[in-house]
Design a protein around this ligand. Structure first.
Ligand SMILES: Cc1ncc(COP(=O)(O)O)c(C=O)c1O
Length: 213
């Protein structure tokens, strides 16, 4: 989350977060120097339109699969409205696909990243639920224009993630039909092969595992 925030935000930029929401999001955006604007959550997810005056958000943090802490799954209608809003305001959406692994009723919903046609979504996933939280291994799928900045930030933080943990995990992310990324429909403007390559390249760069590039 901090990598995404630092790649996108300048000090003073507006960051929208869910209210109630994940306390870590508030901490991260505060650290990146953002002005934090809590937005309410209703039965369909984050409420976008309302009475709030002020500059448009630069980033909107959401937990669409399983809103933390209310447990709401963002409706398809709200997902589309949020994407349109982000596109028209030039905002990025930070999609924290929290608890996406635990959907026991109804068909799977496409993630925001998979619905996105204009490169506004940064997708954040974690291995904490399907493997172990103690691995401390997560991944970002970022729009191409952000990839360099994200890679530089990742490298600056602690160079790379644990190599032993990453090798099998990277294969699972990119190849498994059950993985979160496989649930996201491919981007219509790219072939799925290119999308997959982008994911692999981004993962390699961000997690910087092998340095074999
Ligand atoms: C809403 C939400 N997002 C993301 C995470 C990140 O989990 P992890 O750091 O284990 O990947 C958590 C963990 O509690 C969470 O509650």
């Amino acid at each position: 989350m901090l990598i995404a925030a630092m790649a996108v935000l300048d000090p003073g930029d507006e960051a929208w977060i869910e209210d109630p929401g994940f306390h870590q999001a508030r901490r991260v955006f505060a650290l990146a120097g953002a002005t934090i604007a809590p937005r309410p959550v209703d039965a369909e997810g984050i409420v976008i339109h309302g009475t709030r005056k002020g500059p448009p958000p630069k980033i909107i943090y959401v937990t669409p699969s399983h809103q933390f802490p209310l447990g709401v799954t963002m409706s398809l209608k709200r997902r589309k409205a949020l994407l349109e809003f982000a596109q028209t305001r030039g905002a990025y959406i930070l999609e924290d696909d929290y608890n996406a692994e635990f959907r026991f009723t109804g068909p799977p919903l496409p993630c925001l990243q998979g619905l996105d046609r204009t490169g506004r979504v940064i997708y954040a996933g974690t291995m904490s639920k399907i493997l172990y939280p103690s691995l401390r291994l997560g991944y970002l799928l970022v729009p191409a224009p952000l990839a360099d900045a994200v890679a530089k930030l990742r490298t600056a933080m602690d160079q790379h993630s644990p190599t032993i943990a990453f090798s099998p995990v990277s294969l699972r992310i990119t190849r498994s039909p059950g993985s979160n990324l496989a649930r996201c429909p491919p981007h219509p403007l790219r072939s799925s092969a290119v999308a997959a390559m982008t994911a692999v390249k981004t993962l390699r760069v961000i997690i910087d595992l092998t340095r074999t590039r």
